[in-house]
Design a protein around this ligand. Structure first.
Ligand code: NAI
Length: 336
């Protein structure tokens, strides 16, 4: 019998509830029988206070070596202070595509029943380039950068994703009626790429109409592709359709590395109390197992998780239950 494979993964627990949801996720992934060599790395606000940087080089070096990381939330000061370590990580590792699938979970009641959407967000440019300056006191300019290279790359990623996952439709989301040059370029690139995929239905939707349609007819959407800012907002909206940020996994993908992360924040209001719901990071861990080809383990965890949701006895407080993080983890593991 061949030796069992061990996966080398950088683990970034992060701030606030990060260490609690990371411990929970690691426990469940290992209980599924997969062997990991975790390289634990510190990043975020607590690290910044201690080391003077929220993203030490050792974190980036570890991911470059392992090509894969599992990351909890990192706190970022609002308005002032250092730039987001999340954004810095995406830039330094050229993680150009953010993928966030959202599908109804059994037992989690929401106003909608047929949500099965994947939001693909361009991660590297747009208003997130961070180029801002004061023109004169009281007037500030933020620059939106859109390039043909990045738009074509994300469009191709979205169509390839649709083919690989047997999806039928890609919707490009934009505001080209107002930003005729930048969003116009994005649409041109999507249209060119779409022509290479005649089996996938391609359509376009203006972002404001898209938000309205998502909260009235989410079943009309399949794969969605968009620039960075729209993707940031719309992907949270889509998570909300299935019960919130605590339930959605996410992957930031580049040519040489993938960072799987929980999309929620550090939840300072419940940090350290053992109440956090680890599902989002666990969902990201399941995406990671699928990428590794560990389909059986991924399926087993997913169906155990769905079983716990459907039974409804061990839900955490954010889902209306009273279970602690540890009780939830025990329930998932025993359902496996
Ligand atoms: P948040 O997501 O931390 O909290 C919003 C609400 O959701 C809170 O009531 C919180 O208790 C709840 N919540 C979030 N995750 C939960 C979970 N797993 N289980 C149970 N309840 C959960 O958003 P907020 O308050 O806007 O941000 C707090 C900090 O997190 C900020 O410093 C922000 O910069 C950072 N943040 C980091 C992100 C990342 O690293 N990817 C993403 C979003 C925010």
């Amino acid at each position: 019998m061949s030796a069992k494979k061990t996966y080398n993964v950088t683990l970034i627990p992060g701030d606030g509830i990060g260490p609690e949801v990371s411990d929970a996720t690691v426990e469940i992934l290992e209980a599924a029988g997969i062997a990991f060599q975790w390289d634990r790395q510190d990043a975020g606000a607590e690290t910044a206070a201690r080391m003077g940087t929220a993203l030490p080089d050792s974190v980036v070096n570890s991911i470059v070596k392992n090509h894969v990381a599992l990351k909890g939330p990192l706190a970022t000061p609002v308005g002032t202070g250092y730039t987001s370590a999340n954004v810095a990580l995406r830039k330094r590792l050229a993680l150009y595509a953010n993928v966030r699938p959202a599908r109804n979970l059994p037992g989690v009641k929401t106003p909608f029943e047929n949500v099965n959407i994947v939001v693909i967000r361009e991660n590297s440019e747009d208003l997130y380039s961070g180029i801002e300056h004061v023109v004169v006191p009281g007037v500030v300019e933020s620059i939106k950068i859109i390039t043909e290279v990045a738009c074509t790359r994300i469009a191709r990623f979205a169509f390839d994703y649709a083919v690989l996952h047997r999806r039928k439709m890609v919707t490009a989301v934009h505001k080209a009626n107002i930003m005729k040059l930048s969003d116009g370029l994005f649409l041109d690139c999507c249209q060119k790429v779409a022509r290479e995929y005649p089996d996938i239905v391609y359509n376009e939707m203006i972002v404001d109409n898209c938000c309205m349609q998502l909260v009235t007819h989410p079943e009309r959407f399949d794969v969605m592709v968009m620039e960075n800012l729209y993707g940031d907002i719309v992907s949270d909206l889509v998570s909300g359709l299935i019960g919130g940020l605590g339930l959605t996994g996410s992957a930031n993908i580049g040519a040489d590395a993938i960072v799987y992360e929980a999309v929620h924040g550090t939840a300072p209001d419940i940090a350290g109390k053992g109440l956090a719901n680890p599902t989002a990071l666990l969902m990201s861990g399941i995406l990671m197992l699928r990428q590794f080809g560990e389909i059986d383990a991924a399926d087993r965890i997913e169906s155990a998780l769905y079983g716990v949701f459907a039974e409804g006895k061990f839900l955490t407080r954010d889902l209306g239950g009273s279970a602690t993080t540890k009780e939830f983890v025990r329930a998932v593991i025993s359902a496996m």
